[in-house]
Design a protein around this ligand. Structure first.
Ligand SMILES: Nc1ncnc2c1ncn2[C@@H]1O[C@H](COP(=O)(O)OP(=O)(O)OP(=O)(O)O)[C@@H](O)[C@H]1O
Ligand SMILES: [Mg+2]
Length: 216
């Protein structure tokens, strides 16, 4: 089986404390791996570390067979490995939903018409075609999450890293997203608290430790 992500012995320190140390994460073709754990366990940090967005204090990351440690090594793989941020505000920059979804394909070198086609297809898949002309800063939290997901899918990634993809969504939208993710056939690592999503999609789960927040 092809190994798409091979992370070994990861250690991240932030704000003077160790978030996690000695974490391995492997993703093979055909897998939907869920990373579970309480608030603050480091799930988002782990996803960010896999794409070089937070510095490693130890360990190694291999993406699609390529060992990545420098910005120059990670940068070309961002998009091929698509990351949905936990906070859509970190992802969306608009101006409109359609233009935002076009940005990734344009950045990948597609022409205007092809990028627009990809963006429209992604909006339809996520079920937000009616939001195409809306400025991203005017969207609700759930609408923002759907727009951000459309932007990631428009890049047709080979691997998905999804940080709480159904947070803040109503039940119908959450079920639609689960169906889209199930049908897309793309291997993925998902950080989630949504037990229904885990039950429906996970082919394997991995738990991160950390402090337990009784409110989560
Ligand atoms: N920019 C930062 N500077 C310092 N510490 C940070 C920073 N970002 C996150 N942390 C800390 O890293 C730890 C892990 O945070 P992270 O967001 O990865 O947790 P999480 O498991 O995704 O939590 P949640 O379930 O709430 O999304 C937390 O203790 C957090 O305070
Ligand atoms: Mg998180």
């Amino acid at each position: 089986m092809d190994t798409l992500i091979e992370a070994r012995g990861l250690c991240v320190r932030r704000g003077g404390r160790t978030v996690f140390d000695g974490v391995d994460l492997l993703l093979a073709a055909g897998e939907r791996l869920f990373v579970l754990g309480p608030c603050g366990a480091g799930k988002s940090t782990l996803l960010h570390a896999l794409l070089g967005f937070v510095p490693l204090a130890g360990g190694s990351v291999r993406l699609l067979g390529r060992l990545c440690s420098s910005e120059a090594e990670f940068a070309p793989l961002r998009g091929v490995v698509g990351l949905l941020f936990q906070d859509p505000a970190d992802q969306l920059f608009g101006p409109t939903v359609l233009e935002d979804a076009e940005f990734g394909p344009l950045n990948q070198g597609l022409g205007r018409a092809a990028a627009r086609e990809r963006a429209w297809a992604a909006l339809h898949r996520v079920g937000i075609q009616m939001l195409a002309e809306r400025p991203v800063h005017e969207l609700s939290g759930g609408e923002q999450r759907l727009a951000a997901l459309a932007g990631v899918l428009a890049m047709q990634p080979a691997v998905l890293l999804l940080d709480e993809p159904t947070a803040a969504l109503d039940q119908a939208s959450a079920q639609r997203i689960a169906a889209v993710l199930e049908a897309c056939g793309v291997p993925m690592v998902v950080a989630a608290h949504d037990e229904a999503l885990v039950a429906r999609l996970a082919t394997r789960c991995q738990r991160l430790g950390g402090p337990v927040d009784p409110l989560c």
